[in-house]
Design a protein around this ligand. Structure first.
Ligand SMILES: C[S@@+](CC[C@H](N)C(=O)[O-])C[C@H]1O[C@@H](n2cnc3c(N)ncnc32)[C@H](O)[C@@H]1O
Length: 221
């Protein structure tokens, strides 16, 4: 299928997300196991990740919020619950993932769109918040996607990103590189997103690192 804005090759990790089997096990097994490990087995952080995301986005109850690369929609559901008079929209490239989102996480009023972060189907400066968790490291040209996120968020709106972070432990840094190469996963420097958002004029740009994941938030100019 032709997806607007999507050009070039997909990474191996990105293609894996098209698998119906992975989409089936993602929420119950894949995400809990892999992300908890990536967070350095920080159970408290894992348990409060969704509520922390909502708090970071500072959503009014009538906000319009995008969950970019929503997968099977578990975060989109929570966002929809946080904006009862607004709208939560999940966008993803994977039909199997969106199939699960529609089956399991659409009853709260969340809506879902097949598309790519490379060209978001929203006008400039129209969204109150954008969440993009667990996807930028799969995407071969992730900063184009960050630029799209910057484009669609309104002045004063909030962005919350979660992606990989290079480890400062020498052994772990080497292991990250060894996994990243063959899978197409990318390990970001800790300043990659903060500097990009700051350069775009964002304020309140903050980063938290948990294990080998970084959480970056900011307020649009
Ligand atoms: C690991 S899942 C993350 C799902 C969810 N955000 C979470 O935190 O659990 C990564 C998702 O990114 C999606 N994805 C990869 N490249 C994308 C792109 N260019 N545009 C939109 N979604 C993309 C995949 O299809 C997959 O569903």
């Amino acid at each position: 299928m032709l997806i607007p804005g999507l050009t070039g090759d997909r990474s191996l990790a990105q293609r894996a997300m098209q698998s119906p089997v992975l989409a089936q096990v993602y929420e119950r097994a894949w995400r809990p196991a892999l992300f908890w490990a990536a967070m350095g087995f920080d159970l408290d952080h894992y348990r409060q990740e969704k509520q922390a995301a909502i708090a970071a986005l500072r959503l009014a109850d009538d906000a319009t919020v995008l969950d970019l690369a929503c997968g099977p929609g578990a975060f989109t559901r929570v966002l929809a619950e946080a904006v009862p008079r607004g709208r939560a929209i999940g966008v993803d490239l994977s039909e199997p993932m969106l199939g699960h989102a529609l089956r399991d996480n659409a009853d709260t009023g969340a809506s879902y769109v097949l598309g790519s972060g490379h060209r978001l189907p929203f006008a400039d400066a129209t969204l109150d918040g954008v969440l993009c968790y667990g996807a930028l490291y799969l995407i071969p040209d992730p900063f184009r996607v960050v630029d799209e996120i910057v484009r669609v968020v309104r002045p004063g709106g909030r962005v919350a990103l979660m992606a990989s972070a290079s480890s400062r432990l020498p052994g772990l840094g080497w292991a990250q590189g060894a996994v990243a190469g063959p899978t197409g996963l990318r390990v970001f420097d800790r300043a990659d997103f903060t500097s990009r958002l700051s350069a775009a004029g964002f304020t309140e740009v903050e980063r938290e690192v948990h294990g080998v994941l970084q959480y970056v938030t900011g307020t649009a100019p």
